[in-house]
Design a binder for this molecule. Sequence first.
Ligand code: HEM
Length: 735
Amino acid sequence: MSGLVPETMQKVAHAAVGPRQGDKLKDLAHSTKDMTAEGRLTTDYGVKQSTADDWLKVVTKDQTGPMLLEDPFARERIMRFDHERIPERVVHARGSGAFGKFKVFDSIQDLTIAPVLTDTSRETPVFVRFSTVLGSRGSADTVRDVRGFAVKFYTQEGNWDIVGNDIPVFFIQDAIKFPDIIHAGKPEPHNEVPQAQSAHNNFWDFQFNHSEATHMFMWTMSDRGIPRSYRMMQGFGVNTYTLVNAKGERHFVKFTWTPELGVHSLVWDEALKLAGQDPDFHRKDLWEAIASGAFPKWKFGIQAIPEADEHKFDFDILDATKVWPEDLVPTRYIGEMELNRNVDEFFTQTEQIAFCTSHVVPGIGFSDDPLLVGRNFSYFDTQISRLGINFQELPINRPVCPVMNFNRDGAMRHAITRGTVNYWPNRFEACPPATHEEGAYVEYAQKVAGIKARMRSNKFKEHFSQAQLFWNSMSPIEKQHIIKALSFELDHCEDLLVYTRMIQRLADIDLNLAQTVAVAVGGESPKEGRSNPGRRAPALSQHEFPGKPTIQARRVAILIADGYDQVAYDAAYAALSSAMATPLVVGPKRSKITAANGANSTQPHHHLEGLRSTMVDALLIPGGTQSIETLSKNGRALHWVREAFGHLKVIGATGEAIGFVEKAISLPSVVVSSDGEAKDSYGVVTVKELRPESLKEVVEIAKGATGFMEKFFYEIAQHRCWERELAGLSDAVAY
Ligand code: HEM
């Protein structure tokens, strides 16, 4: 990926957002300082330092003698450095985050008293951290894994955290199993291999031994496990929470985020290559989009079930391995979140943010979901070892509303609380508890009856119906991807027992699925499978969320060499820029490239080795006899086209470039233009002779458009050309 957007641009984008009442950024300003040329280098205790380069030593012009331990400046620098690292998160160690705002547009006063969800005039600052689960802090972004989607709302009633994932269900039902699923998924204990992968014996051994994980592993094997961008993922609170309204009525709820840009994924070969070619792919994508003003947005949805209906479903609504199908419980979209500011410093913001599912505000509560209750304990506990007992005082974590209580002391305590008492009740009545009217959190008076036992209730014992529901709801292309993903993963398990048992398990979902994977992986093919009643829930397919048709913040490479067609190049560059896409000019070299007319030239952003086709969303090749001759003789250039074709990306070509594309892919079924009429064949968009209407700067994205640029933009907005894969064309090209 190219360099990050310059700081100046970021400032422009930030200025556009402007200051807001109650903004978390204002609160952070107290703890933020700028590096300037006016400031002088000092020690941590404030004394100016004369040099940062030389340790105090016994030295002459000709002789270097011993270094002196007496040098306090040098000692401070080294010792301070020695202790720079803190433990990485025990899970979700790799992540990146941003600031933004949340606004509710459809008050749910009928369900809750929480103003963050009822006051439509309110804008609540948020910080969101996206992450992978299994890899360590330095692992690659594009691995197959669940993505974390954690949102901290800095509400005026205190912090509320929704600590969710991009997948609506979880592997386990009971929090006591969390250490097991994580140990099994992380690198194996004897040799710490593999990093950030589920493709190994232990992960799949766990899956077989826990039939409750069947639904979730189908999600991770689907395209949801390899998102194109954090900006193009749904987010789910996963667990069942509760809302309580002014009448004291309680509803069970699930929370959902749906991205404006739609839900889109990488293809697997691309994800594998990116892990090496650009391990920060997702991190940079989010940063660049926000810095350039293409702020990602999500609609916030809730599914609500009245308390009285808790037992009306054939699954337990407290079981985190189950979704609430939308035909039974529709999603009501009530708010919107926008991310509009990058962090100023990664460590003090993205790394030190501490999410806890136990952070809820009045009107929002927990349920008896046995995963959630364990989580409520675990997050607070882990922050104590990761950040220390005073983690809530860190600037990124402190609430924007007043905090006052009798919690005291502990390592790195910051707040100085005046007064002679630190207990309640006290003779001064200092810091009394709040009443309900004053906004105190009052627990819902839930009636509880039962016996103490280590067991699960009956509905928790059914583990396959929703795995089947998910499989049945996939589009044909999504099914193909799941088959390929399972075939890849099980191929990486050398233990015969692991992969043969897993193939048997797949027959609990679908016999044909199990048999197809068995052929690929080499296991025994099952003869019988569990019966599948064929129920579907369309909203489980990510193709149900195409998003708004836009090419904003998409990266489009323009491939040129000396002698390129200036007119086609200029038109494409101008149109892409005005649509807020990112045109990236790529040539065989990064030094100046001269146009066919000899008068114009351009300096490419990258050369063909530096940027790879994996790092862009689409590819455009303007004509120009000499340029195309050069590119046609360049193996890397040919590979660029083949790889983009294999990864189902849109390829645009004008004039002589059409012959180059034909040579690269050599597939007669891809039809190209031979005159002034633009052709779109399996996402290869061509026009032989450019007409004036194709040179428009502002291009409308609409289906059925006739112009070259319109067709090209329309295809980019679709993300990938699935027809190409369905027709077997991408498999026919070596890439
Ligand atoms: C519904 C299932 C779960 C979801 C959606 C989920 C989600 C997440 C997310 C998004 C993070 C990263 C937060 C960040 O960005 O800082 C995280 C971290 C973590 N999760 Fe979970 N998790 C789940 C289950 C569990 C369970 C069952 C436990 C333990 C009983 C657990 C323990 C942890 C811990 C210890 C961390 C590290 C927190 C930190 O150091 O900041 N999670 N989880």
